[in-house]
Design a protein around this ligand. Structure first.
Ligand code: 5AD
Ligand code: SF4
Length: 484
């Protein structure tokens, strides 16, 4: 019955249907897809939707470019290194791409919203079948169909969709569901490409969000991650914004049965209201953690970045948050070497870092993005100075991160298990409520350590496990399961 449904869903795409049937007849198995995702969690969420669409018409998941009969690369534009890595991958796929009509190859994601990258693929990577912008993912099957018919790389300006509602989703994790609550960004930070690649802010309707979360909670996924470029602005595009804002949404999500932990990212300091701070402070299920990009500690640079807050306002928000939720952890993003950043500006960033002592930070060297205002101010001459500042900042943050982690030694924490550690099969990994990574030794039924290099420990993904912290590193904690 299910197979019949799959074929019926393909009726609108006869060439793809034929391709799938031929593949099956030749190989005796269903074709596999492989999606490689670069960039942020929003891209990961999009990849889960595209995987769902493909599985719905009969594709099976593959685990490498080589095993993918259909390959999709979901690209990121936020910094140059992600773009360079993508073109490296595309180059290496060339060798086994084969003839048009053999393996199907598509490129999607933020880079595909930019003429410059699409043109390069159309000119130099003609084995690619189709290109897809982030707002076109619901038309994936249509694009594959056209890609199979078209002699060269297929792309169309059309087929945009406001939202991707009611699409199948193939979730990659059992412990966490990624839930996009809005798309796009209106902020136009002067360094950032996102408003140009993902368009204006569009909030999903609360009923659609709540329904999706009710489904995943009923499926037993305990953790919800609400996603958006600026989640604090959710609902601003509704008529009744005062009622339905992000604080309201958080409280509604917390009421859903089966939801145990609520995470959210990314928060913009300018939109972090007192009401939201109070909500974070009063609802236990909301993680005691906020990811709050600082970007720079200098008022002069913040103004040039168009961030719309000052260092004083940022410091004030952090102290309000810490008052509202004692023990709250704070992570951040910082850019070094923004055009025009001088030593006093950089020292202002160091000063804010010393005052706040972030629990963790993603640190980036400024990367000029064509089409953004800051790219026009870029001067590549002072690279060595920027590298030096970057290393200084990373060293300082590493000290702060290690220090924050060391405070937990000897404490008991609740860890949501994410599965077996990727480096040691006798160890489990997971995260604390305040988003710290914990690698820990599980106990067996008798309460003794499960410790054998040969036998993998049980995969307890999605289970809340009490752990005693025994040691701390810069980016993780070590511990052992507590037996009651
Ligand atoms: N150069 C360096 N870092 C950037 N980010 C965004 N755009 C750039 C850029 N052009 C960083 C910001 C943002 C994070 C997701 O990426 O710190 O918060
Ligand atoms: Fe980019 Fe700024 Fe929007 Fe974040 S808030 S996505 S940094 S423009």
């Amino acid at each position: 019955m299910r197979e019949t449904n799959k074929i019926t869903a393909l009726d609108a795409y006869p060439v793809l249907k034929d391709w799938i049937c031929q593949h099956h007849a030749l190989n005796g198995v269903q074709p596999k897809y492989y999606i490689r995702t670069f960039g942020c969690q929003q891209n990961e969420a999009d990849s889960e939707i595209m995987a769902g669409i493909l599985e719905d018409v009969g594709f099976l998941p593959g685990d490498s470019y080589e095993t993918g009969d259909l390959i999709l690369i979901n690209t990121c534009s936020v910094r140059a290194n992600a773009e360079d890595r993508f073109f490296g991958h595309l180059g290496s796929i060339k060798q086994f791409a084969g003839e048009k009509g053999g393996r199907i190859i598509g490129v999607c994601g933020c880079m595909m919203a930019q003429d410059i990258h699409r043109n390069r693929i159309e000119q130099s990577f003609r084995f690619v079948d189709f290109l897809l912008r982030p707002d076109q993912i619901s038309s994936l099957l249509f694009m594959i169909e056209k890609g199979l018919i078209h002699k060269s790389v297929y792309y169309t300006e059309g087929h945009t969709s406001k939202f991707h509602e009611n699409l199948p989703i193939s979730r990659q994790r059992r412990y966490r569901a990624l839930i996009s609550i809005m798309y796009g960004c209106n902020n136009y930070c002067s360094y950032c490409i996102v408003p140009y690649t993902r368009g204006r802010e569009r909030s999903r309707h609360p009923n659609d969000i709540i329904q999706e979360i009710m489904h995943v909670a009923a499926d037993g996924i305990p953790e919800i991650l609400l996603l958006g470029q600026n989640v604090n602005a959710w609902g601003k595009d509704f008529k009744d914004h005062k009622q339905q804002n992000f604080a309201w949404l958080l409280s509604k999500v917390a009421e859903i049965e089966g939801v145990c932990r609520i995470r959210f990212m990314t928060s913009h300091p300018k939109d972090l209201s007192d009401q939201l701070i109070e909500t974070i402070g009063s609802i236990e299920k909301i993680e005691p953690h906020v990811h709050l990009p600082l970007q720079s500690g200098s008022n002069r640079i913040l103004a040039r970045m168009n961030r719309q807050y000052s260092r004083e306002q940022y410091l004030e928000i952090v102290s309000k948050l810490r008052r509202a939720r004692p023990g709250l952890s704070i992570s951040t993003d910082i850019i070094v070497g923004f055009p025009g950043e001088n030593l006093p500006d950089f020292m202002d960033t160091i000063d804010v870092m010393d005052k706040i002592r972030f629990d963790s930070a993603f640190t980036f060297i400024y990367s000029p993005r064509i089409g953004t205002p800051a790219a026009e101010w870029y001067n590549p001459l002072n690279r060595d100075i920027i590298q030096e500042r970057f290393e200084h900042l990373v060293k300082l943050q590493n000290e702060h991160s290690l220090n924050a982690n060391q405070k937990l030694i000897g404490h008991s924490v609740e860890v949501l298990c994410e599965g077996i550690s990727s480096v040691d099969i006798t160890i489990l990994s997971g995260r604390t409520a305040d988003n710290r990574l914990v690698n820990f030794i599980p106990r067996n039924m008798n309460g003794t350590n499960v410790f054998s290099k040969q036998i993998p420990v049980d995969d307890r993904e999605g289970e809340f496990i009490p752990v005693r912290i025994t040691d701390a590193k810069t980016f993780s904690l070590l511990g052992e399961e507590i037996c009651h």
